[in-house]
Design a protein around this ligand. Structure first.
Ligand code: MN
Length: 426
């Protein structure tokens, strides 16, 4: 571990950052946008314990444009991280300056972490792809291109929402298997998708693909991402061009981008099982094999309206792990996305796709967890769920832990389902 900002024994003069359970110790330093009540413009912040450091107020940047900051070259990003780490460290001579730039996270509004231009959703979770394929096409679960092409589709940035936002259950065309024609109705099979969000920092020029050796220098950081999905709308519309209105009504993003520098201690070899094909050469490198994967543990919490009324924080309904779930690495996604000359820009967002593990208890969607709603789960208060009901809140969490490193967390990605607008739509 060469970067001193990741040293496990570093402590901050911000006391809450040193608590073992804090997602935001001084080794993390994730970036996000915040504002005070009554403000319209976003500021750039870094989370430290239960506080947020205003980077401009601390004299670390001279603007409040996150997308501009994200375009920095890797050495400039590391220099900024180093300066933040030194200022927040126990015994820092800059403590007074930084202390004046600190605000409690509870006193600010956290937004989307940057302005998102384009959003692409991938499909890297092979266990998810196989199980969903089995339900939609029993005779042909995993299509033959899956093990060669990092499959993705272009989504919409307009309906990305910051954590803590509620959204309406979508209306859409649905068709029962025994009906001759579809009807317009509120989705009855509303689902979650446990994903990570990959934020692009440096862009590339149109016509200039990003080689895999350079791919990670174009990635700024990683968030949690819940790609809410309407399975009944999806089932009727997805052929031949893929998901459309079943996906683009809402997706929730967590506020803090955990940087590639903070994730460094949690990198691990990217290994495919025996018998799996090697990626084509443009998607392969020694570096990607040796450290392309990231050991990120994730969980899904469901809190029903009834639980919320009783002050119950919700049940963990699934636990998964990025490295175990993913058939492709972040570097491979960047390289594949640009191989045809497609340009990426600062603030572009990739969803990884649903990150289910091999076991049912590691399902990243209710579609898998309840086998398409056929086997509802029973929650700790006795309620049952096949798919989401109005008033349900879903909270995604993630962290990285390993021997010899300080645990870092991603905060939370929270969203609540509101009733549909059926009355207005018909
Ligand atoms: Mn998705």
């Amino acid at each position: 571990m060469s970067d001193p900002t990741n040293a496990p024994d570093l402590k901050s003069w911000v006391g809450s950052a040193n608590e073992a359970a804090s997602d935001f110790p001084i080794q993390n330093l994730p970036f996000g946008r915040f504002r005070l009540p009554g403000e319209s413009a976003w500021r750039i912040g870094v989370a430290i314990g239960d506080q947020v450091l205003d980077l401009r107020a601390a004299g670390l940047v001279d603007h409040a444009d996150m997308n501009r900051l994200m375009q920095r070259a890797p050495n400039e990003r590391r220099a900024l991280r180093q300066a933040i780490s030194e200022g927040l460290r126990e015994g820092s001579a800059q403590r007074a300056t930084f202390e004046a730039a600190l605000l409690p996270q509870s006193a600010v509004q956290l937004g989307l972490p940057c302005e998102v231009g384009d959003y692409t959703d991938f499909y890297v979770g092979i266990h998810h792809a196989t199980e969903v394929g089995r339900q939609f096409r029993p005779d042909n679960p995993l299509l033959p291109n899956y093990k060669w092409v990092p499959i993705g589709y272009h989504g919409r940035a307009s309906t990305l929402q910051p954590s803590g936002t509620a959204f309406r259950r979508p209306m859409g065309q649905v068709k029962a298997p025994d009906s001759a024609q579809p009807v317009l109705a509120p989705s009855a099979r509303l689902d979650i998708e446990l994903e990570l969000g990959v934020f692009i920092g440096r862009g590339n020029e149109q016509g200039e693909p990003v080689r895999i050796a350079d791919a990670e220098s174009h990635v700024f950081g990683i968030t949690l991402f819940n790609d809410w999905s309407a399975r009944d709308i999806q089932g009727w519309e997805y052929q031949p061009l893929g998901p459309f209105l079943s996906k683009n009504f809402a997706s929730t993003v967590s506020p803090w981008m955990v940087t590639m520098e903070a994730l460094e201690p949690f990198r691990q070899p990217f290994v495919r099982a025996e018998g799996e094909p090697d990626p084509l050469p443009y998607l392969d490198s020694q570096d990607n094999r040796e450290r392309g994967a990231m050991n990120i543990q994730m969980e899904v919490v469901l809190q029903t309206a009834g639980m919320a009324r009783e002050g119950h924080a919700g049940d963990v309904i699934s636990r998964s792990n990025f490295a175990r779930a993913a058939y492709w690495t972040v570097a491979q996604l960047v390289t594949h996305h640009t191989v045809n000359g497609c340009s990426l820009r600062a603030g572009d967002l990739f969803g990884t796709g649903t990150l289910s593990g091999p076991d049912k208890s590691q399902s990243g969607s209710l579609l898998e967890l309840t086998t398409g709603g056929k086997s509802p789960i029973t929650l700790s208060n006795g309620e049952r769920r096949g798919f989401l009901e109005d008033g349900d809140t879903v909270i995604l969490r993630a962290c990285c832990e390993r021997e010899g490193a300080r645990r870092i967390g991603f905060g939370e990605c929270r969203g609540t389902v509101l009733p549909s607008i059926q009355g207005d739509a018909q």
